[in-house]
Write a protein that binds this ligand. Structure first.
Ligand code: PLP
Length: 460
């Protein structure tokens, strides 16, 4: 029976939970059909080299989740109407070695979230108030907690300037909706986040890419772009830029701020990855709080499923952004900001962030063992790297070949505005594979593919 050969990891989640998770995964992938009888506790314990107590606990956990039921005297069965409500593994994608999305690595957050939910549940009066409409600017106490947390991570945040939103993507949308009109031009790095490009397209904005080096945007090129275009704003990701991983030095940040002040150009600082490195230069918002709209979020540091982002705004813009948020969705769910506040305040968010950082360090050790570092730009705490293809591989051919191999990577074409040329590079999200083992398989495949470009055809 498939359940007899579950691969248990040596570290990480407790054994009983790993077994319960594996049962849930096999139910979702239909390897275990409703009505299937599971092995006895003793048989499974022997097969997996764990104690009978561990299997008893695993079955109890699976029962608690509504996946199995114990029938007195008859054994344990997969429920006919099992409800693994919240498992999103997609059986169609199980063969894909995905390096595609910049998602946090798979780590166990369930215990910390369960504790936070229990804390919420323990205060029925407050819980009731979270079911009501609140002001669009959010609950003041929640903004104070967020400001305290940000201050602990080098971001000088003032609660009266903070505005919650539905992720950093929504923050970008509010910026463009509030500051731009159709037909306007915005400036970005030469390679930039596809979510921004897509949003600009929808809002009928023109994106003009500005030259960059290893540190990000070049001040002299920004200055030249300002002479050439009447731009509304410049969008920057000073720390762990997506896709290049470029991080600006403090001097570069100052130089860009100086250009923007001279040109009266607003800076939108996307700091979505800013908290991943243990150390980094001061965020731009600290250097020019009245000229920088700061975008942050909990997707990369805590959990993307929380869907919580935030803006730190120059005072003069605050009412306009509140109005934009109100037009968009009235407010961000107070239940959500309460949940996040608990996690930020009780240390759980920092604990998760630390686990993510450590996991990424291990993952990059694995990835660089296979891919080397000569053609790869990466940072040990970043989710993604920027990989230069070896000579002999044209971008389109490589993308087609990697797809055939079941490898999912992101082409450089996605990171440039329409009509601009893309270099022979791909973004590789080392955080995305579901485990270190899958990461290793993927890196092995990828390194072999990179080393074997196709034979070149030539014309007479
Ligand atoms: C640079 C950048 N900005 C914004 C986002 C969107 O973040 P969120 O999930 O908080 O909407 C991402 C997501 O990958 C990103 O890479």
């Amino acid at each position: 029976m498939t359940i007899m050969n579950i691969a248990l990891e040596k570290s990480g989640a407790p054994m009983y939970r790993q077994i319960a998770d594996a049962i849930a995964d096999k139910v979702v992938s239909k390897e275990l059909a409703p009505g299937t009888k599971l092995p006895t506790h003793r048989a499974l314990a022997d097969a997996l080299s764990v104690t009978v107590g561990t299997v008893t606990r695993a079955y109890a956990e699976a029962e608690r989740r509504g996946i199995v039921e114990a029938k007195v005297g008859a054994g344990t069965y997969i429920c006919e109407n099992n409800r693994p409500l919240w498992s999103f593994s997609d059986p169609d994608r199980q063969d894909v070695l995905s390096f595609g999305y910049n998602v946090p690595p798979t780590i166990n957050r369930a215990d910390l979230f369960a504790e936070a939910l229990e804390q919420l549940a323990a205060h029925p009066q407050e819980l009731n108030s979270l079911m009501l409409y609140q002001p669009p600017s959010g609950i003041v106490r929640h903004r104070e907690i967020l400001a305290d947390w940000l201050n602990g991570h080098q971001v000088n945040a003032d609660p009266s300037r903070l505005l919650f939103c539905s992720g950093a993507q929504n923050a970008m949308q509010l910026c463009l909706m509030t500051l731009c009109r159709a037909g306007d031009t915005i400036l970005t790095d030469k390679f930039t986040y596809p979510g921004l490009l897509s949003l600009a397209r929808q809002l009928q904005l023109t994106v003009k890419p500005v030259e960059m080096d290893d540190e990000g945007m070049l001040p002299e090129s920004l200055s030249a772009a300002c002479q050439q275009y009447q731009a509304r704003l410049v969008y920057l990701t000073p720390t762990l830029q997506n896709p290049t991983t470029a991080t600006m030095s403090e001097a570069r940040r100052h130089a860009l701020i100086e250009v923007c002040e001279q040109q009266q150009l607003m800076i939108v600082e996307d700091d979505i990855n800013g908290l991943l490195p243990t150390e980094r230069p001061s965020p731009m918002v600290n250097l020019a709080p009245d000229n920088v709209i700061y975008i942050g979020g909990l997707a990369k540091t805590l959990a993307p499923g929380l869907r919580l982002g935030f803006l730190h705004l120059p005072e003069r813009f605050y009412p306009h952004f509140v109005n934009a948020l109100q037009n968009h969705s009235w407010m961000i769910s107070p239940l959500l900001t309460a949940m996040a506040s608990i996690l930020l305040e009780n240390g759980a968010a920092n604990q998760i962030l630390e686990t993510i950082r450590t996991e990424m360090e291990t993952r990059w050790e694995i990835a660089t063992r296979y891919l080397g570092t000569d053609s790869l730009r990466y940072h040990p705490n970043a989710f993604h790297g920027w990989l230069m293809l070896p000579e002999g591989w044209a971008l389109s051919e490589f993308l087609a070949a990697s797809k055939t191999e079941g490898l999912e990577l992101k082409s450089s074409e996605l990171f440039v505005p329409a009509g601009y040329s893309a270099p022979p590079k791909v973004r590789i999200a080392v955080s995305a594979p579901p485990s270190r083992e899958v990461l290793e398989q993927g890196c092995d495949k990828l390194s072999k593919l990179l080393a074997n470009p196709p034979l070149t055809e030539f014309a007479l």
